[in-house]
Design a protein around this ligand. Structure first.
Ligand SMILES: Nc1ncnc2c1ncn2[C@@H]1O[C@H](COP(=O)(O)OP(=O)(O)OP(=O)(O)O)[C@@H](O)[C@H]1O
Ligand SMILES: [Mg+2]
Length: 321
């Protein structure tokens, strides 16, 4: 489903990102295939998809760092093909493997970036960035000695130093502990409340559910793009939690039952999923009649939904596009 389906067309001025047909090849590989993205101003937009699905490539095209082979559109009202300097000046891009100047202090890193952007009132901006991100007390600390969570906080401060109105965050919290990830998201929400738009790629489902909308891509193709709250009903996936001693055998049996589309391990249990609620229930109950299992109907979470989408790409595309 795209923004055009069933919805009134938005005024392009309300869109921070409005691109279509974005396509990029690397040799024979089609990394991004005819991708459209419409992100409203002020939104927090999640960008999800398996490894190698084209998220980073898309983000680099959106911020004018990588030229698409085809496609067009506007970012912050500027032409994505012709006005990359204007776009870059207004975008904060946190790269997937962000690099800091490890031998410089936190403050010196920020000062350095502020100089690169040729910003006025440099010291005041650096002070504000330090205070916004709670880094004042640590400002003299050498960046290379920071833990992962603090490095990530500094990287966010560096990409905010020029007051961008659009944040492109490429897996900003990878490898960061749950507490630091929560802090990070509190900050993103605060920026959003002040009108900043965020496009954020993540593999964490607890982060995905915090986004206003989610675009999901696999193999360079967008498979789903909708408001987060609408996705479960759109995909219509049902799930059962199954526990017991011989879950490997249970999974083998379940996978062969009609109505079971996939079985996936979740912690100490397995989740059994399918879109035909009645057939799925029958399958689970039949197998529970053969093996001693604890079974419980549950709501399908985003993790199940995205496993299902990647596994059944063609089927799902047909259903929801
Ligand atoms: N500069 C490049 N040269 C050649 N191939 C590339 C280049 N950049 C990306 N690719 C390929 O394009 C595809 C999409 O890569 P991309 O980095 O956009 O995926 P991703 O969705 O960001 O993945 P991940 O979740 O692992 O970060 C991959 O197959 C990747 O190997
Ligand atoms: Mg990536």
């Amino acid at each position: 489903m795209t923004a055009d389906d069933g919805e009134l067309r938005r005024d392009p001025r309300d869109l921070a990102i409005d691109v279509r047909g974005l396509t990029r090849r690397f040799g024979a590989l089609l990394a991004v295939d005819d991708l459209a993205l419409q992100v409203p101003r002020g939104a927090i937009y999640g960008f999800l998809g398996p490894n190698g699905s084209g998220k980073t490539t898309t983000i680099r095209m959106v911020c004018g760092l990588l030229r698409p082979d085809a496609g067009e559109g506007a970012v912050l009202g500027f032409d994505v093909l012709k006005q990359s300097a204007e776009i870059k000046a207004r975008v904060g891009y946190m790269t997937q493997r962000f690099s800091l100047y490890e031998e410089l202090s936190i403050r010196e890193n920020l000062e350095f970036i502020a100089r690169v952007y040729e910003l006025d009132d440099l010291q005041a901006r650096v002070d504000r960035a330090l205070s916004d991100l709670g880094l004042e007390a640590r400002q003299r600390q050498i960046a290379g000695a920071l833990s992962g969570g603090w490095k990530q906080r500094l990287a966010l401060a560096c990409c905010m130093i020029h007051d961008p109105v659009l944040l492109l965050l490429d897996e900003p919290t990878a490898g960061v502990d749950p507490g630091a990830r929560r802090d990070f998201w509190d900050r993103i929400r605060r920026f959003s409340a002040n009108g900043v738009t965020t496009l954020v790629s993540t593999h964490y489902m607890d982060e995905a559910v915090q986004c206003d909308s989610i675009a999901y891509i696999a193999y360079g193709k967008k498979l789903l793009d909708a408001r987060t709250a609408d996705i479960p009903a759109m995909v219509g996936l049902h799930a059962w939690r199954v526990g017991g001693h011989d879950l490997t055998r249970a999974a083998d049996l379940l996978e062969r039952q009609p109505g079971v589309e996939f079985v996936a391990r979740f912690g100490a249990n397995i989740h059994v999923c399918g879109r035909d609620a009645a057939a799925l229930a029958r399958a689970v109950q039949d197998v529970a009649g053969i093996l001693p299992l604890q079974i419980e109907k549950i709501d399908a979470g985003f993790e199940e939904i995205f496993i299902h989408m990647t596994a059944g790409r063609d089927r799902v595309t047909e259903r929801i596009s």
